[in-house]
Design a protein. Structure first.
Length: 161
């Protein structure tokens, strides 16, 4: 077997393709593993091999970008792009965390701490895309106070500010 790098010729690529086809791998067909389950031993080996590994921020951003692109490719165009697709976005997560830290993990309306909090966009997410990730456009609110805002869940109303 050759070692090192080598140029893949057209003949080489055809041979690989023929080999894969002979083994049952066909483009556009489901994987041969589809419907099968990994053994418990296999799951344990995989889990152990990944323990302690942390993805670098650069890789997380790349994954988030890929996820967003896959949503676009699935036909979610125009206004409806699926509910909460942005919560997987690394930029959104960083914005949300920054808002919480700035506000001391305290609801800025009722001043309660130690409860479930949400990051509220003062100026609407959809109407002001340039302000989406500006910490100054965020406000930490508990769920009850968030529901009282004019633009909660795209509710029609006057935006704050």
């Amino acid at each position: 077997m050759p070692t090192g790098t080598f140029e893949r010729t057209e003949t080489h690529c055809k041979n690989i393709s023929l080999t894969l086809k002979s083994k049952g791998y066909l483009k556009g067909k489901p994987s041969l593993f589809k419907g099968r389950k990994h053994s418990e031993e296999s799951k344990l080996k995989s889990r152990i091999s990944h323990l302690g590994q942390k993805l670098p921020d650069e890789q997380k951003l790349k994954i988030a970008k890929t996820v967003k692109l896959s949503w676009d490719k699935r036909g979610r165009h125009g206004k409806f792009r699926g509910l909460y697709f942005h919560v997987r976005d690394a930029k959104y997560k960083n914005w949300r965390l920054s808002v919480f830290e700035r506000d001391g993990y305290t609801c800025q309306d009722c001043r309660i701490t130690g409860i479930y909090l949400e990051a509220h966009h003062i100026k609407s997410w959809s109407k002001y895309p340039e302000l989406r990730y500006k910490v100054s456009n965020g406000l930490t609110l508990c769920l009850d106070c968030h529901k009282k805002t004019d633009n909660y869940k795209n509710r029609k109303g006057v935006n704050h500010g």
